[in-house]
Design a protein around this ligand. Structure first.
Ligand code: ABU
Length: 547
């Protein structure tokens, strides 16, 4: 296929930019000295000259081109990984949506009618990473899921290469058994008896929480599966003000209604007040609602708070309610002998959400719903589709776990976690998690000593969340007032705007209840060190001191 003038101009520029595809913009060579394969006339498939050597597999003679293409891709990915870990490189090269849509330096999101050649695809891969956010950078503090574990990455590559589906043993024999092994390990860490316990990997913490509400409702009213909500009374469920919004979303999705989620007050540290839970349950009953489910959070999203699980379990037992623990964020602490005490009582839960893609640093996505009662997931969700779950297969069909799931097709999320667990052992996870919490403690003590920063809640963080405001000089001398609060509310967004435009670090902010905007720093990246914490503080001061 002939290249257009525009193609050539773009590729010439890309070669200058990338080296072998060449050097990238910080001078890293993708391909240490090797003369790169010429991909400019090779297309992945389709309309070009069928005689042309170098079509990718499964084309005949495609093996060489496939090898070179994938090696070149690995070079691009390696350069990106190296760059992500270099403190001298930026966390992001921010562009506004209209800029990305218009196309940047030849990078276009538009889809062609004619196939692009492989060199163009490689340039597109490089540019896709270039304009993204380096969530593995040691100075990326924006999200609960950060870092880039190389073994986990290898696991994800293998998973994509296997390209199978988790619904049946028939097509995923190894992954299905791995899922069983990993889930059993997680059950035993929670403290559930070996013979009990069930669960499934699913698409993120919100889905895990959705499963928990679904199961609790089915457990109490199995008729709902066939006859729907009109067959059962008006339900009520309970969660704390600081809990994740997915509990309300679950109630909405499941037809219970978000208004029937009773939000229980928290103390100043963001922990559910258990006496308030009890009185909320009594009030709901007195209004004719049927309480059935309580969500306790182990590691709230913003404060990183741990609800008092034993107290909540007592209340659930007393009222006969399903107890779920959303440990999406805090579950990792179960692996730390030092910190697992914060989840004391978790073994009394009926179900637990635990996201290894958060504190355990497994590449996204990797989330579990763990259920104490074996068989409930299957009873609740199974529909026995005969084309997939034939009962007369020649192996134990209880390994066709797909009917436990709400989804049909399910991505293999277990392998990268299994591989990382093999590589680190539980002790490796423990060290990594302890390190993240040490970073949080370091930041906390640094901020506590300063007058230009204000901590949002008193005392050492329980998790790796540190919540604080920066006080520009102008606001330091003004006494608290609604006017000062209005001003303070604007500080974090203004700093964040500059921070993203300059790109050296990233941290999130939010308001919470009556509290005006504040920063939330979270640590889950084992690559982050104290110097990065120092950098964050200096950067906030640099960007905010004139505000
Ligand atoms: N609940 C999903 C994670 C949100 C966050 O990274 O803050």
């Amino acid at each position: 296929m002939e290249l257009t003038q525009a193609d050539r101009r773009h590729l010439d520029k890309s070669k200058q930019d990338t080296g072998s595809l060449g050097n990238n913009d910080d001078g890293l060579k993708y391909d240490s000295g090797r003369v790169a394969h010429d991909f400019s006339c090779i297309h992945s498939k389709g309309t070009a000259n069928t005689q042309m050597k170098g079509y990718l597999l499964p084309a005949e003679d495609g093996e060489e081109a496939t090898k070179h293409f994938l090696q070149e891709l690995v070079n691009i990915l390696l350069a990106y990984i190296n760059k992500s870990l270099k403190r001298s490189s930026k966390v992001l090269d921010f562009h506004y949506p209209h800029q990305l849509k218009e196309g940047l330096e030849g990078f276009s999101l538009e889809l062609p009618d004619q196939p692009d050649n492989l060199e163009q695809l490689l340039v597109d891969c490089r540019d896709t990473l270039k304009y993204g956010v380096k969530t593995g950078h040691p100075r990326f503090f924006n999200q609960l899921s950060t870092g880039l574990d190389i073994i986990g990455l290898a696991g994800e590559w293998l998973t994509s290469t296997a390209n199978t589906n988790m619904f049946t043993y028939e097509i995923s024999p190894v992954f299905i058994l791995m899922e069983e092994v990993v889930l059993r390990k997680m059950h035993s860490i929670i403290g559930w008896p070996e013979e009990d316990g069930d669960g499934i990997f699913c698409a993120g913490g919100t889905m895990s929480n959705l499963y928990s509400v679904l199961l609790a409702r089915f457990h109490l009213f199995p008729v709902v599966k066939t006859h729907g909500m009109s067959a059962i009374p008006r339900l009520a469920l309970f969660t704390s003000v600081h809990s994740h919004y997915s509990i309300k979303k679950s109630a909405a999705v499941l037809g219970i209604g978000s208004e029937n989620v009773i939000v229980v007050r928290c103390d100043e540290r963001g922990k559910m007040i258990s006496s308030e839970l009890n009185s909320s349950i009594e009030t709901a009953k007195s209004k004719g609602l049927v309480p059935f489910y309580v969500n306790a959070t182990a590691g709230t999203t913003v404060y990183g708070a741990f609800d008092p699980l034993n107290e909540i379990a007592d209340i659930c037992e007393h009222h006969g309610l399903w107890m779920h623990v959303d440990a999406a964020w805090g579950g990792g602490l179960l692996l730390s002998n030092k910190h697992r005490v914060k989840l004391q009582g978790i073994k009394r839960a009926h179900s637990v959400t635990w996201n290894p893609h958060k504190m355990m640093g497994v590449p996204l996505q990797c989330s579990t719903i763990l259920v104490k009662r074996k068989g409930l997931l299957q009873e609740c969700n199974q529909l026995c589709a005969e084309y997939l779950f034939q009962p007369d297969k020649h192996y134990d069909v209880s390994y066709d776990t797909g009917d436990k799931s709400i989804q049909c097709g399910r991505h293999v999320d277990v392998f990268k976690l299994w591989l990382m667990w093999k590589a680190k052992g539980s002790e490796g996870f423990e060290a990594q998690i302890n390190h993240c919490l040490e970073n949080a403690e370091y930041l906390y003590y640094k901020l506590k000593r300063r007058t230009d920063f204000q901590l949002v809640f008193k005392g050492k963080p329980e998790h790796s969340n540190v919540c604080f405001r920066y006080l520009p000089k102008r606001l330091q001398s003004i006494l608290p007032s609604p006017e000062r609060d209005r001003e303070l509310h604007m500080v974090a967004p203004k700093i964040k705007t500059k921070m993203m435009e300059e790109g050296f670090t990233m941290i999130g902010y939010q308001p919470l209840e009556d509290k005006v905007n504040f920063f939330r720093c979270v640590f889950s990246n084992p690559a982050t060190q104290r110097e990065d914490v120092d950098f964050l503080i200096d950067e906030i001061v640099r960007l905010g001191c004139e505000l």
